[in-house]
Design a protein around this ligand. Structure first.
Ligand code: NAD
Length: 326
């Protein structure tokens, strides 16, 4: 299969490319390698991919319409995994234009290119943030998603609506995946699990918002990759409903932030120092994925226990950055 992965130097993108290359797909990865977080980490992720046969990389901004048209004209892609986006809930409060650029203009370019190239299946990243302050647990795909509490969430919901129109008008086969707090090796330094681990290892206090009364459905990267690849491979049979759908991918087991920090303490063998703070704008008190629909569609639900996933993350972190002396 010839597959395009956007955001290939990103956390999830790198792992998806690894998996597709391991099974023999021909993968083109694109990324603009922006400096939202460590360009060195992105370069090191790419360095994992570049020596592998079947991998080709192009530095490109998905919001550049001409570059995207040229990429698809010569690529002959059969499937597309679109992960490139300006991520981060809090960052969107102060940097709204970056979200319009990558997540709206960039995504429209992806849709247009897929339609003209007659791509068989587009799988794109949505987010649990579309559920906003939903208090009905767990979050089901049928719950209302018309009250985003950050611009980031609004752009992800907009992606789902844009996709619906392309599927309706042009029959584009597309699946949106609502990821729930993905963590693991090669993860994102802007996310709490990463900065918490760093702070614990460096014996610095951790800023814990909403006084720790926050729950997240932390989902291990290998489970997310398994879900993405199974969904990518799945073609709807005739009469199985519309050509576009949205699915949750989450661990289905929300953890309180303080229990999560206890896991980091146990994996690092060090005590955390907590700086308890009020809730931040744009944050939601809890996330919790209903994964029945995912399981029905591809026969899979995430299974990695938080303790195991965090241990693997901490092992990677210490191997990559080294462990400061206690
Ligand atoms: P990431 O930031 O590590 O990866 C995104 C990659 O896209 C980055 O390497 C970045 O350089 C690239 N990119 C950004 N804008 C671009 C542009 N205009 N053109 C080309 N490349 C661009 O994030 P991630 O955690 O790997 O997330 C992947 C996707 O999943 C994103 O769409 C994100 O919004 C979504 N998501 C992630 C999580 C999570 O917990 N990690 C949760 C929900 C949704």
């Amino acid at each position: 299969m010839k597959i395009l992965v956007t955001g290939a130097a990103g956390f999830i993108g790198m792992h998806v490319c690894q998996r597709l290359l391991a099974r023999g797909d021909e993968v083109t990865g694109v990324d603009d390698l922006n400096d939202y977080y460590s360009p060195q980490l992105k370069a090191d992720r790419l360095a994992q991919l570049q020596p592998q046969p079947g991998f080709r990389f192009q530095r490109l901004d998905v919001a550049d319409t001409k570059a995207m048209q040229a990429l698809f004209a010569e690529g002959g892609f059969e499937k597309v995994v679109h992960l490139a986006a300006q991520a981060g809930v809090r960052h969107s409060i102060h940097h709204p234009m970056a979200y319009g650029h990558s997540n709206l203009v960039g995504y429209l370019n992806v849709l247009e290119a897929c339609r003209h190239a007659t791509v068989q299946h587009l799988v794109y990243a949505s987010s649990s943030s579309v559920y906003g302050g939903n208090t009905k647990m767990p979050f089901s795909e049928d719950d209302p998603v018309d009250r985003p509490v950050s611009l980031y969430a609004a752009t992800k919901r907009a992606n789902e609506l844009m996709t619906h129109s392309y599927s309706h008008l042009y029959g584009l086969h597309a699946t949106g995946l609502r990821f729930f707090t993905v963590y693991g090796p090669w993860g994102r330094p802007d996310m709490a699990y990463f900065s918490f681990t760093k702070a614990v290892l460096e014996d610095r206090p951790i800023d814990v918002f909403n006084h720790g009364r926050m729950a997240r459905d932390f989902t291990y990267i290998d489970d997310v990759v398994e879900g993405i690849v199974r969904v990518l491979d799945r073609t709807p049979d005739a009469g199985e409903g519309p050509p576009c759908r949205v699915l949750n991918i989450g661990n289905h087991q929300p953890e309180q932030l303080l229990d999560f920090i206890a896991c980091i303490e146990s994996a690092t063998g060090r005590r955390a120092r907590l700086n308890l703070l009020p809730m931040q704008d744009g944050d939601v008190p809890a996330t919790y994925a209903d994964v029945e629909r995912l399981e029905r569609w591809v026969g899979f639900r995430p299974t990695t226990r938080l303790q195991d996933g965090i241990r693997r993350f901490v092992d990677w972190y210490v191997g990559y950055y080294g462990a400061p002396a206690a």
